[in-house]
Design a binder for this molecule. Sequence first.
Ligand code: PLP
Length: 369
Amino acid sequence: MKIETIAVHGGNIVSDPLKPVIQPITLSTTFEHQEGTMMYTRLQNPNRKSLEAVLASLEGGADAAAFSSGNAAGNAVFQALPAGSHIIAPDDMYHGMKMLLKTVYSGKIEVDFIDLTKPNQLTDAIKPNTRLLWIETPSNPLLKISDIKSLSEIGKKHQLIIACDSTFATPVYQQALSLGADIVMHSSTKYISGHSDILGGILVTKEQDSFWESIKNVQRLAGAVPSPMDCYLLTRSIKTLPYRMRAHTHNAGKIADFLNSRVEVEKVFYPGLSDHEGFETAKKQMSGFGAMLSFLIKGNANDADRLIGKLKYFTDATSLGGVESLIERRSKVQAGDAGIPDQLIRMSVGIENCDDLIEDLTQAFDSIY
Ligand SMILES: *Cc1c(COP(=O)(O)O)cnc(C)c1O
């Protein structure tokens, strides 16, 4: 099955005798004790099973585990590690995950944040207690591209577990498991939901090994699981994911070119631009460049805020991956994070008509400079 077909059919596991075409929503928290049925919704639920099934197929994995947020999904990986483990993570890691490691895991797990766009830096960072290599590509918010295959080859020589946050890439554009990762993570709050109305996270594993069993234990026993309603809505959203991504990406490519053409813009970070540092790697490991981009405007934070304030169709809000375009000055959200310039603007390009978006950007630039 091709990806569009999996997206439509992979989550329908209908066992109802009335044969509805769509998997019904099963809100019941408990099930009558019987052979072959489920027991309790924290452990498993028909709608969660559907969601996990479709995501496992989309990523080409053996199994998946759904969580109530992207951070909860990442947290399950960290919690499944032995105490005292060392993790290698990217310097441009999603801010919320970086804060999770720096605060909640402080004193429990060691972490080094390094530039994973340079695989040779990985070898130097590996210690005797290193257990996990955490990759995020493309990264949030600088759109850094890490070479999953090269990093995995180095990691495997040192028996590391390799996990990849593919939130920006989506399962439509990047299959990290086939490039060497053991686990893929998504914040399903983003493109997988696609409508800015569900919080969720997902892990997909290549193999059902003992580490995966530990992760499933965290899911079932720590219990940060999504509700049946959220699982239903995510499974529904996934049906249009490949087509939404085409529209998002089409618009993002045009907007990246537009921004590049403006004299007021100093630098555009979009992996689809041939002068982007990660362009060649992105072309090799992704089948599309996605719809997240960031840029630096000439001037300061105040100029960035003025530009954002003039826009009509781009809402000044955090998060990403919804059908509507969003924009924000990123250092408002990750204040004090080294490496994020004050005037960096991050954009999540929606699926509005691109001409309207470019017209809106044009009037905003023209009115502030
Ligand atoms: C949003 C995001 C997360 C965290 O997901 P939540 O659903 O907000 O908990 C993790 N990684 C990336 C790249 C994200 O964009």
